[in-house]
Design a protein around this ligand. Structure first.
Ligand code: HEC
Length: 171
């Protein structure tokens, strides 16, 4: 009886030991496989770094005469998206929601609203030129004015209204 108990114990221990060994082997194997597809290795991948570079660069560069809608100011995540993306209703609200993003602070070389020195020579070009530059966009000495301020869905009337508003601010 004692003999068969110890025999059972030995076999039982052997089976347990084999199971533990298999577990360790599977663990080590999965680690070795995972090393090629996960973790720090990815950050050293030239192709991955190149893709990250592509995503970062160009994201904020406006190009005259091209679709710069990616530059339009997007509402913060969680904000009332539908309201923020709705078409502005007049020149003033167009200025406030679209153009002001650059022109209020003079970002990227944009002539600052209300700055008579910056606007004087521009106004002197005539209203038609200002409208044209605002609607079609252009590359000037100071920077790039994106077509319709980057909101290609704006009507020409709204853009003209916003120009009128900025011109009035500089008078
Ligand atoms: C992404 C920034 C940005 C936004 C948004 C933007 N502008 Fe501009 N705007 C500029 C810059 C930069 C210039 C100056 C370019 C130069 O002369 O070098 C400019 C210049 C202008 C000028 C002067 C044109 C001239 O001939 O001197 C007008 C008018 C103007 N913007 C109207 C608008 C209107 C209207 C909107 C909104 C619909 C708007 N802008 C939105 C950057 C912006």
């Amino acid at each position: 009886m004692a003999n068969s108990d110890s025999k059972f114990f030995n076999i039982f221990s052997l089976v347990l030991g084999i199971l533990v060994l298999i577990t360790i082997l599977i663990f080590a194997f999965s680690r070795a496989v995972g090393q090629n597809t996960q973790g720090g290795h990815k950050l050293a991948d030239a192709k991955y770094l190149e893709q990250v570079d592509q995503r970062i660069s160009g994201a904020r560069v406006a190009i005259a005469g091209q679709d710069n809608s990616a530059l339009a100011i997007r509402p913060a995540a969680g904000a009332a998206v539908t309201a923020a993306l709705a078409l502005p209703t007049d020149g003033l609200s167009t200025y406030q929601t679209v153009c002001g993003a650059c022109h209020t602070q003079g970002i990227g070389g944009a002539p600052k609203s209300g700055d008579k020195g910056a606007w004087g020579p521009r106004i002197a070009q005539g209203q038609a030129t200002l409208y044209k530059h605002a609607i079609e966009g252009y590359q000037g000495k100071a920077g790039v004015m994106p077509a319709k301020g980057g909101r290609s869905d704006l009507t020409e009337e709204l853009v003209k209204g916003a120009v009128d508003h900025m011109v009035a601010l500089a008078k």
